[in-house]
Write a protein that binds this ligand. Structure first.
Ligand code: MN
Length: 228
């Protein structure tokens, strides 16, 4: 009786949707926890993800999680170009270092590359409070300080039913240009310098590994009752 599980007061646990979609006995993605403190600069990542359709996942740290958008065409430095950014479930901050291949049959199966990472700030200097307001209002003006993405950008939420869709647009500034096709130019990982093929190759089990994996596991992993 003393060991009764503590029930969260909040009805919606942070990252509940992220966790419910994944079987962590099968994917190398991090289980993750929401984090409280944010004394450091807010972080962002962009992960190139060759799932059933290729897209770029833009993630902005906010409130201890990574707010996430799937951008099918990726970012553009041309301020005249509006890129669709479909909001997806919050991801854990640990996800910021994930690069590898999500196995066939699992949620989001396919290779993930760390395409860019760095810090960001609310453009008005108002910090996380300003970001929270912007998020609620559907108008996020940010300054990115990454290796591939720099300067001012805006995410604007469109008024449409269903899962929120936003537009990602470059602000006119010293970095904006119609002449740089950044998704075509940058084809390697910001973390490891690898291409998508190299990441996929490294994640592929070798024949020896495969054999081992097929043998029944000596130690039973607890928890997963999911049908194979
Ligand atoms: Mn994705």
């Amino acid at each position: 009786m003393a060991t009764r599980k503590r029930v969260r007061a909040k009805s919606k646990e942070p990252l509940a949707e992220y966790k419910s979609k994944r079987d962590f006995t099968r994917t190398a993605e991090p289980p993750g926890k929401a984090v409280k403190q944010t004394k450091h600069a807010l972080r962002f990542v962009v992960q190139k993800h060759a799932a059933s359709s290729l897209h770029y996942d833009l993630r902005l740290e906010l409130g201890g999680v990574m707010k996430s958008w799937a951008v099918p065409k990726g970012p553009s430095y041309d301020p005249r170009v509006k890129r669709l950014a479909m909001e997806v479930e919050d991801h854990p901050i640990d996800y910021n270092s994930f690069e590898g291949t999500i196995p066939e049959g699992e949620y989001g199966a396919g290779t993930v590359m760390l395409w860019d990472r760095g810090t960001y700030a609310a453009e008005d200097g108002g910090g996380e409070a300003s970001m929270r307001e912007g998020y609620e209002a559907g108008d996020l003006k940010i300054r990115l300080k990454g290796k591939r993405l720099m300067g001012g950008w805006v995410l604007v939420r469109m008024r449409r039913p269903g899962r929120p869709q936003w537009l990602l647009i470059k602000h006119r500034d010293e970095y904006s240009t119609p002449r740089l096709d950044v998704t075509k130019k940058v084809l390697t990982s910001v973390a490891t310098g690898r291409t998508m093929d190299e990441i996929a190759e490294a994640s592929r089990p070798t024949p020896a590994k495969k054999k081992r994996a097929k043998r029944p596991a000596a130690k039973k992993k607890r928890g997963s009752k999911r049908p194979a």
